[in-house]
Design a protein around this ligand. Structure first.
Ligand code: FAD
Ligand code: FES
Ligand code: MG
Length: 291
């Protein structure tokens, strides 16, 4: 059992959990993740230790409220409660070496996964610029990033209440692509790295490719066990089948079959949306004192 030492909402739909998990804090390296099972009747989801303290034995997770499980975590877990299981660290650490000038991009909550990697790259002597593109009320870790890297750029897009969510998200993608192009035109980067929705990663890759800059991306297919056993996280890289949990999550963006990744990520959307709606209905009834 993993005690929640601290829980706070740090931006709209972004919750910070400081969790006592000494075995993870002792071993985790930037780029690795954990698989969390928060509830006995709940599913397992991958999350990323954003910061940690080996001596005190804690890790910090920042979680975007996306569907049923993350909404349940935000609504039902309190400081002092316990998370049932935190398995890890899993996956391969990010490649740590002197690349030179790096542009590390996070779309939405993806920036929290960029944070430990960008910080470590900077500490190794790289010149790291980070770019966070998100909706206006969803900016996170701005001060931490500013301290950790050479320069941190935040680009926000307002949420237009007259537009549906997918259209609002398209506005974020547009801003992301324009900003990345502008930065690549001005800077002489040796590496681009990105974490975010696969559609946005693909859109950024199309721009980066024009400039011929090497690019790495942390991929986010559905993961279940995180140990290479279930096959859920299959991705096609360099024409071969890879498992993102054990072969990744970091891959060469030029080798990734983005269309397969995007198609596979949407396989369960209908079921996920139904589960989320049903949970929210029950949650609202319970909050109003109903059944
Ligand atoms: P659902 O409604 O069930 O799903 C919504 C969408 O989330 C799905 O369409 C799918 O794209 C994704 N998703 C759902 N289940 C999984 C799963 N088991 N594995 C991967 N993706 C899934 N999110 C954060 O907010 N913070 C993090 O630090 C973070 N780190 C991640 C690290 C890795 C290596 C991966 C693969 C994902 C990470 N995610 C992180 C994404 C997070 O796992 C999903 O947002 C979460 O599983 C959604 O669960 P849900 O039930 O709330 O949403
Ligand atoms: Fe099961 Fe990768 S999550 S094989
Ligand atoms: Mg889910």
């Amino acid at each position: 059992m993993y005690r929640i030492l601290e829980k706070k909402e740090i931006a709209m739909r972004n919750t910070w959990y400081k969790v006592h998990a000494p075995h993870v804090a002792k071993k985790v390296k930037p780029g690795q993740f954990v698989i969390v099972r928060a509830f006995s009747n709940g599913e397992r989801i991958p999350l990323t230790p954003v910061m940690w303290d080996e001596k005190e034995g804690w890790i910090v997770l920042v979680v975007f409220t996306r569907g049923k499980t993350t909404a349940r975590m935000a609504a039902e877990l309190k400081e002092g409660d316990h998370i049932l299981n935190v398995a890890g660290p899993l996956g391969n650490p990010a490649e740590m070496k002197k690349f030179g000038k790096i542009l590390a991009i996070g779309a939405y909550t993806g920036i929290v996964e960029v944070y430990p990697i960008a910080k470590a790259w900077q500490e190794l002597g790289n010149d790291v610029t980070t770019l966070h593109v998100t909706f206006e009320p969803m900016v996170v870790l701005k001060e931490e990033m500013e301290k950790a890297v050479e320069r941190h750029v935040v680009e926000t897009v307002p949420i237009d209440p007259n537009l549906d969510f997918p259209t609002n998200m398209k506005n974020v993608t547009k801003r992301l692509v324009v900003k990345v192009r502008e930065m690549l035109e001005r800077g002489d980067y040796d590496l681009v790295f990105m974490v975010g929705p696969s559609g946005d990663q693909k859109a950024v890759f199309e721009v980066v490719k024009e400039f011929g800059v090497p690019m790495k991306a942390d991929l986010h297919p559905i993961m279940v066990d995180g140990t290479g056993m279930c096959g859920a996280c299959r991705v096609t890289v360099g024409g071969e089948v890879k498992f993102a949990c054990i072969d990744g999550p970091e891959f060469d963006a030029y080798q990734v079959d983005w269309d397969v990744l995007i198609a596979r990520s949407g396989y369960y959307t209908d079921m996920e949306q139904r589960a989320f709606r049903e949970y929210m209905k029950l949650f609202e009834q319970a909050s109003q004192g109903g059944e």
